[in-house]
Design a protein around this ligand. Sequence first.
Ligand SMILES: [Mn+2]
Length: 406
Amino acid sequence: MIRIVHFADFHLGTEAYGRMDPETGLPSRVVDFLAALDTMVEYALGNDVHLVIFTGDAYKTRDPNPTYQREFNTRILKLARAGIPVVLVVGNHDLAPAEGRASTLDVFTTFSADNVYVGRTIETLRIDTKAGPVQVVTLPWVLRSRFLTKEVTRGKSVKEVDEMLIEAILRLLNKEKQGLSPDAPAILAAHASIQGATFGSERNIMLGHDLLLPAGDIADPVFDYVALGHIHKHQVLRETPPVVYAGSMERVDFGEEKEEKGFVVAEVEKGRARFEFHPVPARRMVTVRVDVKSDDPTQEALKAIARAKPKDAIIRVSVRATEDQALRIDQKALRDALADAFFVASVSIDVDRQTRTRLGVGALEQLTPEQILARYLEQKGEPKERFELLLEKGSEILRKAAAGQD
Ligand SMILES: [Mn+2]
């Protein structure tokens, strides 16, 4: 039996909702992310783990600064030097945008780091672990331009191009499947969207133009475990073989506030696998919404804030009130109640839309992009139905943009 730690979507360099940490000189959110990574590394070192698989998106950007690279790479090397092979699958955030340029993970290949494998093409890695050999088929994020030439796609619709691309990927994947040996467990490690997966609570799969790979080809019984990355919400798509999104280890935005964060531990042998989700103590993100009903709006808001347990959380507060109520809200009392929060993302007081005015609190930068969009649409005097539609569609695009197309 081979014990595997599977984690994904690390997105180091996510700095939003934090400050500079004076002790480390790093953004405080980066400190959070590294703590989550340390939890995983310590688990792997202390629990006889034989293989670590990372299914993509190490950094927030494709050109992370040297400090972030040092922090991530040091931890990967710590595992490798302890005799635990590490497979790193290239995600869309890791990928160099142009042919010939290096991905953020290529450094391990450049220095031929022992025990570190970078999956940047569809290929099969044969790795000897302390518990025996294992085969890992890697399926990194696929760039259209690497598979299909302009001549081939000319005049084709988006849907047709997608179909051609899926066909090309599956053809390569099938070749790898056919080359697998029946003697060792086989794992598929992919960074992709798979049909049937659900995005986070606030995300909508239809808007994103992600290539959707058919679940049937991915959940092939030729594999004993399928490790997935790309979608930040941890989820299990199939039980046999297990097809698992590890999910991200820290919250990237408020869209992930209700998701549990962590990594997966799988015990895999030929023909069977058991797995378990291991939560990490990720930073809480909380949205407090208060729809004022009484004539003591401050008390009402304070109660709601207390219920949300702001201590050490990233918190945003949105109070909806009539113009009258809004004027009576003691904003200082609200701020005081949030004093021990990790970070206050916003405190906004929205005057009920029917009055067609909106009372902003503080500077524009304290509003969410959605709130700013709502203001803009209101000022334009959009009719109600159109307003709602534009706000909904606009918000979706904003969330997509904020999450960096992942
Ligand atoms: Mn991704």
